[in-house]
Design a binder for this molecule. Sequence first.
Ligand code: PLP
Length: 389
Amino acid sequence: MTKTARTYLDWNATAPLLPAARDAFVAALDMVGNPSSVHGEGRALRMLVEAARRDVAALVNTAPAHVIFTSGATEAANLALTPDYRMGRTPLAIGRLYVCEIEHPAIREGGRFAREAVTSIPVTSAGVVDLEALEALLQGHDKATGLPMVAVMLANNETGIVQPVEAVAAIVHRHGGLFVVDAVQAAGRMPIDIEALDADFLIISSHKLGGPKGAGALVSRGEVLMPLPLIRGGGQEKGHRSGTENPAAIAGFAAAARSAAADMAERSARIGALRDALETGMRAVAGDVIIHGEQVERLANTSFFSLPGLKSETGQIAFDLEGIALSAGSACSSGKVGQSHVLTAMGFDAALGGLRLSLGPSSTAADVECFLAAFARVASRRRVTGNAA
Ligand code: PLP
């Protein structure tokens, strides 16, 4: 097989920009005006932003008025995770934030809560939120401090494991709490309905869907229960997020949301078949490969594996030299590979670490072949006995 181009298997870090998202982005960049201006130019941009709001709302089955555009999921998380809420005009205090151990740092850092007001919810060894532990935590919650808030992701960015969000919602709401769901990795990869999930807020990000980086949204269930704004100023986004909107990024985000909503089931089945071929192929080469989360429901595009004798950092570099872009556990912004907090939470030997393969709509059988050829070479060089390399 002769394939010289690189093989991109890191869609959970960021998806390649879709042509439709690029076109929408560029077209909006060329539009003059400010969406808040009342003249024709401004009104044209306002129409574009509002059309985009409808597309993003449709992706999670809610009303456009429930979508607040932000600069990305991290900002949306910092907007939602705050002790200060309002129910209409009445202030509502949130006393404590409970976050699942395997959350992305955007959530795990606790947003605007003081560190002492953030409690971790453990996961089982299968990588699924421990519902009994959550129940016990909420039973012990001191309501005198304010209501409890719980944040649990819909699908994990490292393992792809889908969390039992409806069951979490039932527990949270029985205890009178607020429920925030990070749907960043799930959006566009599985159907999402904010009502069916019974979430109070959802967080989504454009660049995981094939839209441009720098756009995201906080989606609310209604318009009455809302967090105090993180960014104050000119009152854009109905006062929930001030600052001139970024119409180009928002238009690209909407184009990606439209594309993700189309043929989701067929696309997911095709990507799942490629992922399964990757895993079968790895097993054929190295029978001791460990695939995390394969016994529970996972996103069809993700495979997180550990190979005894191969440290994740070494593996990531080896695959990069082979022309394969994949991810090792959680990479921090410095590019340094940290230990996977997800594997640690699952009770796995995190020192060995894991390597994440993630695919998307334009992944091909040739990508699978390229990866498996590289995998055979990398696996043959590892130290199979003794300490991990
Ligand atoms: N949540 C999850 C699960 C993620 O995977 C990411 C990005 O990696 C984020 C939040 C943060 O998203 P953004 O890059 O839009 O701030």
